[in-house]
Design a protein. Structure first.
Length: 91
């Protein structure tokens, strides 16, 4: 969803879920995070109501097209703090 918000409207956000908190078991299989969340990067003192309205419009548009969205897979990651530098490709 974070990639889609950026693609559709240039809205910056961060994934707080399996990319950030997922772990691998001893066999190398990903153990996903318990929750998949998105945090929007909206500084409260900088933007006007029209900016927030735009964000809402883009989120609604992305939600309406959710069944068409494909995921991304990690193609490169650091052993620690991978969410800062991971590289992805569309599935």
């Amino acid at each position: 969803m974070t990639a889609e918000l950026y693609r559709r409207g240039g809205i910056r956000s961060v994934e707080i879920g399996s990319v950030m908190f997922g772990r691998y078991d001893s066999a190398g299989k990903l153990i996903p995070a318990r929750m998949e969340l998105v945090r929007l990067a909206i500084p409260r003192r900088v933007y006007t109501q029209s900016h927030i309205d735009y964000v809402v419009e883009v989120v609604i548009e992305a939600f309406e097209h959710r069944k068409e969205l494909k995921g991304y897979r990690i193609i490169e990651e650091a052993p620690m703090l991978r969410h800062f530098t991971a590289k992805f490709e569309p599935v």
